[in-house]
Design a protein around this ligand. Structure first.
Ligand code: GS8
Length: 219
């Protein structure tokens, strides 16, 4: 019997994009449901009553929430495809550590880059560049974060790369100049169909953020 897989998502969400990339990597067919976050669907509210946020993966009627938990779930359920997490427990712990680091640092600091101005923005920029350099050091000379195979940490980070243009334009810096090896990794990831088909044009992301800023009266 065909399984029912539904993803509640929103086009520009880097968290939702993680799930879309993982599903594409595993070749899982699913129904995509775009949410209007200003008017959340009853299905979303009922599927994620705690956070009321996208993304939610609904597998045979059972909801799974939180993007990195969803990516791990996808890896475990569709285990016949290439694994996203390594098999070795220590290597798994390290992949989860970096996924958690990306979750705690990138989005929060990135948001300060386009929401704030003046000194606070400059401070966020310094912090963001430090984060990029830490990630670049972890990547080292490897092709992907996990080595030769595209996997969990790549999926955790790569959706934010479509936001780099927004971060750079608002805060005035260049990711390529600050972290050239990380930029080369972004280009390598973009060669994968799962990533290229999922990420949006960085200019579209920028325009979306400009709209949001206007609505919030920030800009
Ligand atoms: C974050 C999801 C999230 O921020 C995850 O899945 O990893 N830790 C979660 N979702 C946002 C949209 S993307 O910025 C969301 O659903 N916001 C609506 C709201 O908070 O009301």
């Amino acid at each position: 019997m065909a399984e029912a897989v539904v993803l509640l998502d929103m086009w520009v969400s880097p968290f939702g994009q993680r799930c879309r990339i993982a599903l594409a990597e595993k070749g899982v067919a699913y129904e995509y449901k775009e949410e209007d976050l200003s008017n959340k669907s009853p299905l979303l509210l009922q599927s994620n009553p705690v956070y009321k946020q996208i993304p939610v993966l609904i597998h045979d009627g059972k909801p799974v929430c939180e993007s990195l938990i969803i990516v791990q779930y996808i890896d475990e359920v569709w285990s016949d495809g290439a694994p996203l997490l390594p098999a070795d427990p220590y290597a798994r712990s390290q992949a989860r550590f970096w996924g958690d680091f990306i979750d705690k640092k990138i989005y929060e600091c990135g948001t300060r880059l386009w929401k704030l101005k003046g000194e606070a923005q400059q401070e966020a920029k310094k912090e963001f560049i430090d984060i990029l350099k830490l990630l670049e050091a972890e990547l080292g000379e490897k092709k992907y974060f996990g080595g030769d195979a595209f996997g969990y940490v790549d999926i955790a980070l790569v959706p934010f790369c479509a936001w780099f243009y927004t971060y750079e334009t608002f805060a005035g810096f260049s990711v390529e100049a600050e972290a050239p090896k990380l930029s080369a990794w972004v280009r390598r990831c973009m060669e994968r169909e799962s990533v290229a088909k999922t990420l949006y044009d960085p200019v579209k992301v920028y325009e979306f953020i400009c709209q949001l800023n206007k609505k919030d009266g920030v800009a």
